[in-house]
Write a protein that binds this ligand. Structure first.
Ligand code: SAM
Length: 329
């Protein structure tokens, strides 16, 4: 079992398999894209499988595949199939923007994908274009439909952005009325691959909750699952649920059970840290599983208490202006 220096059990890995993406969400990366990693800089599938296998032996039992956009990487379905066969892995999930995903859903179901997080910030085609710089809303909605049809649990992720999509909060919640969808509203974080300065976040979780409560006065708080990053609510008469993720105000760190690996193989023990161990280098240097396991145990003992501590530590080296696509959002 992996336990950190604050007594938190770590059983959840978020693995970013690429930095590339077929959308250009302004809060994530610049319109011209990023300086994409070369093939050599990316971990190979073999390297990722070895690292995942080792982490599973050490106590990880849930893996989420993210990016960039996972499905822009070649042979992703073969990788997912191999990963799903690793013994000891209880849950394999994916975060996707849904642009290329709809035709793959039957196969995802076949390999046992438990749930999919689909990013969707608006139901309005013009606003979708203005946020993502791509006219892809119909494909994303086709993915949503396919996931529901194949009974794959769907969580919709919507980043709430001042002046951009706050009018979409209620229409997105309406999707939960007749369908078993969980919609989660995320505070915008300063990971846009550029230099934006965030002094104060206007649409924090309290503002989001107030907006929702005004529209649905009968909304009820429901019990949050262990390690949940969202505060969860139910609206009487709705099949689905509503959550708010205080990703910027960071109120959930106390029970954080997750680590991340970036596409370059950098292990992060907090979303806000600067990377604590280069897993790809360890593997390419030919180190044994025993040695890598020792390094992993060591860094788990240096883990920041929360995102504020992690950010303060890294500020001395580099400010937070990377993209979510290179972090493994
Ligand atoms: N391409 C996939 C997708 O769009 O779901 C996976 C990667 S994406 C970086 C993962 C999630 O991070 C998305 O839901 C996206 O909205 C969220 N995200 C990206 N930048 C963010 C930011 N600055 N603040 C909050 N959430 C962000």
């Amino acid at each position: 079992m992996l336990i950190d220096n604050h007594g938190r059990i770590i059983n959840y890995l978020r693995l970013a398999v690429t930095d590339r993406c077929n959308l250009r969400c302004f809060y994530c990366m610049p319109e011209e894209g990023l300086e994409w990693l070369s093939r050599k800089e990316l971990m190979t599938y073999e390297e990722m499988l070895r690292i995942c296998n080792l982490l599973i032996q050490m106590g990880i039992d849930k893996i989420r595949i993210t990016g960039g956009e996972p499905f822009v990487r070649k042979d992703m379905m073969q990788f997912l199939t191999s990963l799903s066969k690793l013994s000891g892995l209880k849950q394999l999930t994916i975060t996707t923007n849904g642009v290329l995903t709809a035709p793959l859903v039957p196969e995802l179901k076949k390999i046992g994908i438990h749930s999919v997080n689909l990013s969707l910030d608006t139901l309005d085609r013009n606003r979708f274009f203005s946020i993502t710089k791509r006219d892809e809303l119909p494909n994303v909605l086709a993915t949503l439909e396919a996931l529901l049809k194949h009974d794959i649990e769907v969580k919709l992720n919507a980043v709430v952005m001042d002046g951009r999509n706050t009018q979409d909060i209620i229409p997105l919640i309406e999707l939960t009325k007749d369908q078993p969808i969980s919609i989660r509203f995320i505070e915008e974080m300063p990971f846009n691959g550029g230099d934006a300065h965030y002094t104060k976040l206007r649409w924090d979780y309290l503002q989001i909750l107030e907006t929702i409560t005004q529209a649905y006065p009968s909304i009820q708080k429901i019990t949050d699952e262990a390690y949940s990053t969202s505060y969860n609510y139910h609206i009487p008469g709705h099949q689905g649920s509503v959550g708010i993720i205080a990703a910027y105000t960071r109120t959930f760190c106390g029970s954080c059970n997750r680590i991340r690996i970036t596409p370059q193989g950098m292990l992060k023990t907090c979303l806000y840290d600067n990377g604590v161990l280069n897993m790809k280098d360890l593997v390419r240097d030919g180190l044994s599983d025993e040695v890598i396991a020792k390094d992993l145990l060591f860094v788990m003992q240096q883990r920041a208490k929360d995102g504020w501590e992690a950010e303060n530590k890294r500020k001395q080296n580099a400010p937070v202006h990377e993209s979510m696509a290179t972090i493994g959002g």
